[in-house]
Design a protein around this ligand. Structure first.
Ligand code: CA
Length: 229
C-alpha cells in the first residue's frame, strides 16, 4: 500500500532525488524545504513517515522532531533522520529525541528504500504488503483480498484500508479523528460521520462469517478491533 512520505530537506537536488526514489518505491512523497513548511504539511495531512534532514535553515531538524513528539496527534509518526554528519554523538541525539532510524549522507537508493521499508514494517504495518492473519480472518494486501475460513469477503477500497489498519492495531481504542488521520490521512475536510458509514459497511461485509463482532464500538470513544469478542 502506498505510504505518504513527507520529505523535509532544504537542498533541492537531494529533495528531488529522494522524492524520485520514494515514488519509484510505490509511495507518495510530499515535500517541504524547511521545518516550518514541514509542520504546515503535517497539519494538512498526517504522513505515514517523515524523512527529516538534520541541518535546516531556521528551525533545526531536532527541534522539528521535538515538536512532533510533544504533540499527541503527531507523536507516533515514524521519523528517519538524514544527516551529512557521521558523528556518533549526533546519531545518539537524534535517537534520544525519538527518531526511529538514521541515515548518513550520502546514501544509496537501495539503503534509503531498505530503511523506509524496515521502519514502516515496524511502525506502520498497515503500509506494508505483509499478509495479516487474525484467527481465521486473513487479509492479503498484495492481492487485495480478504478471506475468512477460506471464503472470500468482498469489500470496497476504504473498508479494506480500515480493516487493514484495525488488524495491524488490535486491542486499542481509536477515536474517529484518529481513524481519519490513520486511514484517510486527512481529518480536515472529512466529517467524522464518514468513519461511521464505512465502519457500518465493513461490519456488514464481515457479518456473514461472524467477524463483525471483532469490531467493537466503544461508547463515547470510538472503535476497537479485538481478539476476544
Ligand atoms: Ca540541510
Amino acid at each position: 500500500m502506498a505510504a505518504q512520505i513527507l520529505v523535509v530537506e532544504d537542498e533541492i537536488a537531494i529533495q528531488e532525488l529522494i522524492a524520485l526514489n520514494v515514488r519509484q518505491a510505490g509511495h507518495r512523497p510530499t515535500l517541504a524545504a524547511d521545518a516550518e513548511e514541514g509542520l504546515a504539511r503535517v497539519q494538512q495531512s498526517l504522513p505515514d513517515l517523515i524523512l527529516l534532514d538534520w541541518m535546516l535553515p531556521g528551525m533545526s531538524g531536532i527541534d522539528f522532531l521535538r515538536r512532533l513528539r510533544a504533540n499527541g496527534r503527531t507523536q507516533a509518526i515514524p521519523v528517519i533522520m538524514l544527516t551529512a554528519r557521521a558523528e556518533e554523538q549526533d546519531k545518539l541525539l537524534g535517537l534520544e529525541h525519538g527518531a526511529d532510524d538514521y541515515i548518513t549522507k550520502p546514501f544509496s537508493t537501495r539503503e534509503l528504500n531498505a530503511r523506509i521499508k524496515a521502519v514502516l514494517r515496524r511502525r506502520a504495518p498497515q503500509m506494508t504488503e505483509d499478509r495479516v492473519e487474525f484467527g481465521d480472518l486473513v487479509l492479503d494486501p498484495s492481492t487485495h483480498r480478504i478471506s475468512a475460513n477460506g471464503a472470500d469477503i468482498a469489500v470496497g477500497p476504504t473498508e479494506f484500508k480500515l480493516l487493514h489498519f484495525f488488524m495491524t492495531h488490535p486491542e486499542r481504542v481509536y477515536s474517529r479523528t484518529q481513524i481519519l488521520d490513520q486511514v484517510w490521512g486527512d481529518h480536515v475536510f472529512i466529517e467524522e460521520r464518514t468513519v461511521d458509514v464505512h465502519i457500518r459497511r465493513l461490519r456488514s461485509a464481515l457479518n456473514a462469517t461472524g467477524h463483525d463482532r471483532l469490531l467493537q464500538t466503544v461508547r463515547g470513544s470510538g472503535y476497537r478491533f479485538t481478539r476476544v469478542a
